[in-house]
Design a protein around this ligand. Structure first.
Ligand code: GTP
Ligand code: SPV
Ligand code: MN
Length: 635
């Protein structure tokens, strides 16, 4: 008894000594590892308050109230429980150049590059350098603010494939969005017990009192952004940005970069892929995954409303897939997320009616425009989004914004909606099944205005891995590339360039290693919805019409004889791709592959492999490149 008492009084004494107040929850009720993580980071960041999140509705309301008070969000009374955040224009996307993996050896992170050329495939930082950069940023970074401790699960709470993380952040916006994007709250702590978890530390980097005024009431420190991953310590440290993948640490940092490292070690896959189920008019259902670079159509495909009668699409996930082979050798996928952080511009009842229905409630919009009757607006939204007489205020708060103003877009091109998956009208019945859904096809794709056909199939698994490795796509607004010009065609292998957590050469070897029996590896395809004519107009209508391509893929999965060889891969035999009712489509141009294009492409891939992967590139990839070169030569 005496012992217990003295313990209690010493705990009480040390709690008094703490320079911060625990305003919600209690440290003493936490498992030792969780508690010491919070205490250790709070001692460094020096917040005024510590708030341990339980994920409840009341708590969420408190966050919303805080954000309203701080002018960080506005209400959108046209909808139900929807909010608009407008950021500092210096903080609008992921920052690729400031994202690092911290390992002892550089080669664990980055492939060997040619003659010291800067690596683009995962940026390395040494532990010493990290320590220095950390000390320049984090000590005292939360002064005057509240540190929120968010327990979250990637994947359904308690499922054997799920993984738990804890994010400490000084942004209530991050709390609100993490509650949408993950399973978050008290249940997670219960399931975790004193187990291991991924440790995320995030700060906007604007302690109080401010040394200069905020822009747009949005705290950030854009000159000092750093998103660092320390796999050896299971830690992520993110500073200076409140936006998307920089601040919602469960998403790209945890589920892709750390997920990838674990997946390599344990023989599974963590990929930047949507997961969907497609049922054809005969009632056959298949699941496919697709990897397209950021802002290249994953969300749209995952929620597609098929134009062909009798087809049904159901959504499992729109951004990240965790996949493993089961004991029968069947590849199975789960979506580790619980929400969508989707691109708003371009979304309409015509292109993505499901998303339009999804965002009518419980949604946080970021950097879209607002109508005077409390609705949202962006480029490509339906005309009736603006009620008669209503005016538009742009994301930069420019009032009376006029449609047609091209210099100042209404919404930022990377404006996003953040909405709970559970309320998506076409979620697949198995979307939370912890066994995952069986995957029968893997699709790669990108924005290729020239040269690349609408659809082709790889000759085999090894060739498919090469197709992934050789992926290129037009740069988009989803990331700040640092100097990257808008319309540049960039390499984006597996749509993972910004998300590799370890050496890309090892990543390729991992993919190649998955082929042998008992694994039944899925067929691999490549699609391109974005080919244009000389006027720059899309040759393919896209969106709901993409079901025609998925239908051909289903035929191939069923081993139907509908493909023929071309130098780039297997393409549809004439008449096998259903284009009935599409009107004037230039099929010849859509499928043409010119020898000049293919030869130039080979030169470019060769240069990239040499410069960026060099000695680390698996021999099989050089062999596939040589095969492609040979096929191009014969044309
Ligand atoms: P991230 O969330 O950044 O990973 O992007 P994503 O891959 O989910 O891309 P998303 O589906 O949000 O699409 C990005 C943009 O491409 C939107 O503006 C869409 O309207 C547009 N888009 C999507 N699918 C198609 C298509 O089939 N054809 C055309 N022309 N545009 C499309
Ligand atoms: C992407 O860029 O691929 C996204 C958005 O899905 S973010 O969460 O910001 O990474
Ligand atoms: Mn993405």
């Amino acid at each position: 008894m005496a012992n217990t008492n003295s313990n209690q009084s010493s705990t009480a004494a040390s709690e008094q000594k703490r320079p911060y107040t625990v305003v919600k929850g209690s440290l003493s009720s936490l498992a030792p590892k969780v508690r010491s993580f919070i205490e250790e980071k709070a001692a460094i960041c020096q917040p005024d308050n510590v708030y341990i999140c339980d994920g409840s509705d009341e708590e969420n309301q408190q966050m919303i109230d805080t954000l309203l008070e701080n002018g960080m969000i506005q209400s959108l009374p046209k909808y139900d429980n929807c909010w608009l955040a407008l950021t500092d224009p210096a903080d609008v996307a992921r920052v690729e150049k400031q994202t690092f993996i911290v390992t002892k050896e550089k080669r664990q992170t980055t492939p060997t590059t040619l003659n010291g050329i800067a690596g683009q495939l995962a940026k390395w930082m040494s532990p010493e350098e990290f320590s220095k950069q950390f000390d320049e940023r984090f000590p005292g970074c939360m002064k005057g603010r509240t540190m929120y401790a968010i327990p979250f699960s990637m994947g359904p709470v308690g499922s054997p494939f799920s993984k738990i993380g804890m994010e400490l952040t000084d942004s209530a916006y991050v709390v609100v969005c993490t509650r949408i994007m993950t399973r978050m709250g008290a249940d997670v702590l219960k399931t975790l017990g004193d187990g291991e978890f991924v440790r995320g530390l995030h700060s906007m980097g604007r302690p109080l009192p401010l040394t200069k005024p905020l822009v747009n009431n949005w705290p950030c420190n854009s000159e000092k952004i750093m998103v660092a991953h320390i796999p050896d310590k299971n830690e992520i440290a993110s500073f200076g940005s409140g936006y998307g993948g920089n601040s919602l640490l469960g998403k790209k940092c945890f589920a892709l970069r750390f997920g990838g490292i674990l997946a390599k070690r344990e023989g599974w896959l963590a990929e930047h892929m949507l997961i969907l189920g497609i049922t054809n008019p005969q009632g056959v259902k298949k699941y496919v995954v697709a990897a397209f670079p950021s802002a290249c159509g994953k969300t749209n495909l995952a929620m597609m409303t098929p134009s062909l009668p009798g087809y049904k699409i159901e959504c499992v996930g729109d951004d990240i897939a965790w996949m493993r082979f089961d004991s029968e050798g069947q590849l199975r996928a789960i979506n580790p997320e619980a929400g969508f952080f989707g691109v708003a511009p371009g979304t309409s009842m015509k292109t993505n009616p499901i998303a339009m229905k999804l965002v009518q409630s419980n949604t946080v919009f970021t950097n879209v425009a607002k109508t005077s009757d409390g609705g949202v607006y962006w480029k490509g939204i339906d005309d009736d989004a603006v009620s008669p007489g209503a005016t538009i205020t742009s994301w930069k708060r420019q009032e009376n914004w006029q449609p047609g103003d091209k210099t100042n877009p209404a919404a930022h091109p990377n404006a996003r909606f953040c909405a709970p998956a559970a309320q998506c009208p076409i979620m697949d019945p198995a979307w939370e099944d912890s066994a995952g859904v069986p995957i029968d096809a893997i699709i790669f794709g990108g924005r290729r205005p020239k040269g690349v056909p609408l659809i082709y199939e790889s000759f085999n698994w090894q060739h498919g891995v090469f197709v992934g490795a050789a992926m290129r796509s037009e740069a988009t607004a989803a990331a700040e590339h640092g100097g990257g010009k808008k319309k540049m065609i960039m390499h984006d292998p597996f749509a993972m360039r910004p998300f590799f957590g370890y050496n890309f050469g090892d990543y390729l070897r991992h993919w190649l290693s998955l082929e042998p029996s008992p694994h039944k590896v899925p067929k691999i395809f490549h699609v391109n919805w974005f080919r244009t004519n000389d006027e720059g107009e899309f040759l393919w209508p896209g969106f709901g019409e993409n079901v025609r391509v998925l239908s051909w893929i289903m035929d191939r999965v069923a081993n139907k004889d509908v493909a023929m060889e071309s130098p780039i891969g297997l393409i549809p035999k004439p008449g096998s791709l259903n284009v009935e009712g599409l009107g004037d489509i230039d099929m010849k141009e859509l499928f043409s592959v010119s020898p000049e294009f293919l030869r130039d492409e080979c030169v470019e891939i060769d240069k990239y492999f040499k410069e960026q992967v060099n000695e680390d590139l698996p021999r099989e990839m050089w062999q596939e490149l040589a095969n492609l070169q040979a096929r191009a030569k014969k044309m």
